[in-house]
Design a protein around this ligand. Sequence first.
Ligand code: NAD
Length: 494
Amino acid sequence: MDVSGLLARLGLSPPNGPLEVRSPIHGQVIASVPVTTDPARAVQAAAEAFAAWRVVPAPKRGELVRLLGEELRRAKPDLSLLITLESGKILQEGLGEVQEMIDICDFAVGLSRQLYGLTMATERPRHRMMETWHPLGPVAVITAFNFPAAVWAWNAALALVCGDPVIWKPSEKTPLTALAVNALLTRAAERFGGVPNGLSQVVIGGIEAARTLADHKGIPLVSATGSTAMGKALAPRIARRLGRSLLELGGNNAAIICPSADLDLVERAVLFAAAGTAGQRCTSLRRLIVHHSVRDRLAERLKAAYGRIRVGDPRDPATLVGPLIGAKAYQAMRHALAKAGAAGATVTGGERLAVGGWNQAFYVRPALVEVRRQTELVRSETFAPILYVMGYERLEQAIALNNGVPQGLASSIFTRDLGEAEAFLAASGSDCGIANVNIGPSGAEIGGAFGGEKDTGGGRESGSDAWKAYMRRATNTINYGRDLPLAQGIVFTT
Ligand code: NAD
């Protein structure tokens, strides 16, 4: 697999360094990249860039992001292929990931003219009170392997229009995609002209590099996407220096299937949400909570559908499920299935499949696991295509199961009953950051705020008013009279 031609088209000369990049497609090394020796230097460069970028008018900053969107449109086929080679997701999903980057660029361009503050009524005569939003400072973006480009775009497109430089620490499993995306941004910056050095930087490294960024006073916001363990390790470090963190961590997402659900729709939604991306989305469907009246029927349908899923080389357009990211992910899946089996669950699928004679790659048939109870195993996230199926009698019981896990990212209900749908969306319903009706929990659009509660970390990225995390708010009170009336009617005469 020669990636140098692909990288050249994306504006990257072949990198060289100690960090080996393996493609999960065959498990072989496809490139080796340099490692950043001193991430703190990037923070210094970002501080200098901030001084210049924060005074560029926001709509003009939006122009840079518009140009980035153009570069991404042009590079979409190549960048999607690189994402597929590095992360193992199928080409359709690679294309989808780049489209998501384009979408957030479009969103951010519009936003660059809409960084609105409120004007508030003041209790004092001849006064005016308002809030203004100002750039915050350098933002560190730490990302996971499974969305090697889009998560950066959700953060960077907003941060750049908000006036903030970005330092990106990608997953050590997917540094090529990060370098290629940064090269596209460099092209956009050249066309823009006058972008300060250090506005967008990539720091390649592992846990140590992430820690350096988390500890650095020069970074007011650390946006970190990855496992809950990573969030729990980094959050206290950021908090110790009173920095802001935006955490997008693990999920354990459920769908409730009610008696009135359209099972054709359910089957299609489950296949995409549970088996798609080989179960390696933070929003992947991991738990199916099915009403007893339809449980057996649905289980039979899903077993048949799972048996037909085409697992294979993600570059082949006929493939629906590509490989796991590596050996550790496979071992975690085997361990979970063995534990479930030992506890009396019925396991269908989950076996390793030989593809292309690549014995260092890990292809698996997605697994269905019928369980009687929501055990500790079901309550934890195994980042692999395992779908636990359990039953319920009453909706309150189903909602309690949906909420009865440490994570709180995505959830959904399938029903034709309006009362059930509304109960699920209400304050006493799903406790997740994403709650859907008649669609699966995965595959969010950029227009909404994305993120979840509890062990998912509480952060929100992307659409709605998520931009506010990347700015600082100032409340301004202006006295245009000649008196000095005090708030709360306080009299203070000398
Ligand atoms: P990971 O936690 O292993 O790594 C994510 C990033 O954090 C990488 O850049 C890694 O170098 C860094 N990192 C890991 N452990 C660290 C530590 N102890 N200290 C400092 N930095 C550390 O995650 P992954 O395997 O790349 O991705 C899968 C996980 O990410 C899953 O749990 C998934 O649910 C989650 N995820 C969440 C979202 C979301 O938006 N909520 C999106 C994608 C992935």
